[in-house]
Design a protein around this ligand. Structure first.
Ligand code: ATP
Ligand code: MG
Length: 566
């Protein structure tokens, strides 16, 4: 038994765990494990970042190490404290902590500048007076070497003076850059004299106007890992080609044997959405969504507002795993994860989205009673609650048909259903308005069919949810569909993903009716509306003006019936 468990454990280890365990067993870095999560504060975190967070913090946790939070804030034109605060909130919400180790690449601007000066002094960096576009044109292709810059041969003295003057604010933005002098014929394009510093006059959210030159991300990243003593620098596959450059910088500048080891893994991509902060920001700016935390967004704050739990997101990340192969992950797996979590935890309640009045004609006029309902059939520790029942009720419009097809086990003239937890009722007649719409259903009930009654166990094929008309509360319910109609909206060359927006991604239903126990619910409280799905209280909700978001529908049991009807 024990042995097979061990085998299972080994088999289910991903390649990063295997690498770390090998490093530990070989005594590398004295057995120390130190990771970091390095977001750029230029937007809100999305579920892709959750994959990185679970790995960075997860590996540190698993192997008794530490994980730093490091903001890679090298570009003041795009970054903001609003994003810094939101990122911290989201990481905590996911269930991770960096303790006191909150760092910023901008903390290292002084050291990075000094390193740049060292590179210049060693003849390994030069100031280029060409514009970035020209430099990029001269880069060559994978089959052709690049063109040497006319400024590549500048003297060390001239380079030093120019670099200092760049930082004094003497030159316009974009007029000069500092480049590493590596190899313009390298098969790796990133090694072809990459730009390492540029002039920017936008004040930085932390360092203000202290600096006029800013390191490129590639110049800051590897050294920041080095400064922090990171042992395993985990990042997504697109950085694999940058690794030789990071190593080159560290090799030039550092004298010890210690090196951070970068290991790349595949990104999380989700079907029917976009997954880059830049594209998500466009959706926010264009008003396509209501904000970063719109429940249709794949951002962590959007998923939270939609009703996703940290547990469900961590579970999803565990299910997709870590490999070296890029793929698109099916959003229905994420939906599976939240259904699984909610099934165990969410209290069951009655809510009616499209109400239709039912009058029980043989029920005493002024009478009301309470029926006892189970809060969660999956877990009896959740107990029961009392729900009021009366002569006038609401049921779902789609639970009644005037001329039902075969196998329609809901209400129809002459048909019987059980009102869940209460009585069996039979539809006797109905009323239509001048437009031919059904406005009221008239039923009779059998008093013996309630729990404890002589006919309590009588079986009928259909069971409906309901609310008492005099007791229920009004609610607004927001239903969500996929934000894009295409599985991979970013995957079409030369076509803007916004061409694939789903015009029906949001449906707002007002005039919904919910059972009175929901009156005290507060934002982010989660419920199963029976037969309809999992719902979460929105931030817009107020006593007297309840607002719910549908997180996800239940597995649609009615879909099967409808198919059979056709
Ligand atoms: P975006 O393209 O959305 O702006 P990014 O990679 O530029 O993402 P960063 O803030 O630089 O965002 O990312 C912080 C960390 O999160 C990096 O280590 C990056 O590899 C990781 N990360 C970003 N997107 C994903 C993703 N889709 N799947 C897994 N990890 C990701
Ligand atoms: Mg980035």
């Amino acid at each position: 038994m024990k042995e097979s468990e061990d085998i299972l454990k080994t088999e289910s280890q991903h390649f990063i765990e295997q690498t770390i365990e090998k490093d530990i067993s070989e005594g590398k870095n004295g057995g120390r494990i130190h990771t970091r999560f390095p977001p750029e504060p230029n937007g809100y975190l999305h579920i892709g970042h959750a994959k990185a967070i679970c790995l960075d913090f997860g590996m540190a946790q698993k192997y008794g190490g530490m994980c730093n939070l490091r903001f890679d804030d090298t570009n003041p034109t795009k970054e903001d404290v609003e994003y810094v605060d939101a990122i911290k909130e989201d990481i905590n919400w996911l269930g991770f902590t960096w303790e006191e180790r909150e760092y910023y690449a901008s903390d290292y601007f002084g050291r990075l500048f000094d390193f740049a000066v060292v590179l210049i002094k060693r003849g390994l960096a030069y100031v280029d007076d060409q514009r970035a576009e020209t430099i990029s044109e001269q880069k060559g292709t994978t089959t052709q070497p690049g063109v040497l810059s006319p400024y590549r041969g500048r003297s060390i003295e001239e380079n030093l003076t120019l670099f200092y003057r760049m930082n004094e604010g003497e030159f316009a933005e974009g007029s000069r850059v500092l480049r590493a002098k590596i190899d313009m014929a390298s098969p790796n394009m990133h090694m072809r004299d990459p730009i390492i510093y540029r002039i920017l006059y936008t004040p930085h959210h932390r360092t203000g106007t202290t600096w006029k030159v800013y390191p490129m991300y590639d110049f800051a990243h590897g050294q920041s890992d080095y400064f922090e003593g990171i042992t395993h620098s985990l990042c997504t596959l697109e950085f694999e080609v940058h690794r030789p450059l990071y190593d080159w910088f560290v090799d030039q500048l550092m004298d010890s044997d210690y090196r951070p080891r970068q290991i790349e893994f595949n990104r999380l991509n989700l079907t029917y959405t976009v997954m880059s902060k830049r594209k998500l920001l466009e959706l926010v700016k264009d008003g396509v969504v209501r904000g970063w935390d719109d429940p249709r967004m794949p951002t962590l704050c959007g998923l939270r507002r939609r009703g996703y739990t940290p547990e469900s997101i961590r579970r999803f990340v565990e299910l997709i795993g870590y490999t070296k192969v890029e793929a698109i992950n099916d959003v229905s797996l994420l939906e599976y994860a939240i259904r699984e979590d909610m099934n165990k935890r969410a209290p069951r309640v009655f809510g009616v989205l499209n109400p239709l009045k039912v009058i029980i004609t043989n029920y005493p006029e002024e009478a009301t009673e309470e029926v006892e309902l189970v809060n969660n059939p999956e877990d009896e520790t959740h107990g029961t609650r009392m729900v009021p029942f009366g002569r006038e009720l609401y049921i779902e419009q789609e639970d009644f048909m005037e001329n039902p097809p075969h196998k329609f086990f809901r209400l129809a003239p002459g048909q019987e259903v059980r009102l869940k937890g209460a009585y069996i009722v039979r539809c006797e007649s109905f009323k239509k308005n001048e437009n031919g719409e059904i406005t009221e259903i008239y039923c009779t009930y059998d008093p013996e069919t309630r729990s404890g009654g002589a006919q309590a166990d009588r079986k009928v094929k259909g069971t409906l949810h309901w609310v008492s008309a005099v007791h229920c509360l009004d609610a607004e319910v927001r239903l969500y569909d996929r934000l894009f109609i295409d599985e991979d909206p970013s995957g079409h060359k030369d076509i803007d993903p916004r061409e694939y927006l789903n015009p029906g991604s949001l449906t707002v239903l007002t005039g919904c009716k919910v059972e009175p126990s929901l009156g005290n619910a507060s934002a982010l409280d989660k419920f199963q509306f029976q037969r309809l799905g999992y719902f979460c209280v929105d931030y817009d909700s107020r006593p007297g003006r309840l607002v719910f978001n549908r997180t996800v529908s239940l597995k649609d049991t009615w879909a099967k019936v409808n198919k059979e009807e056709k």
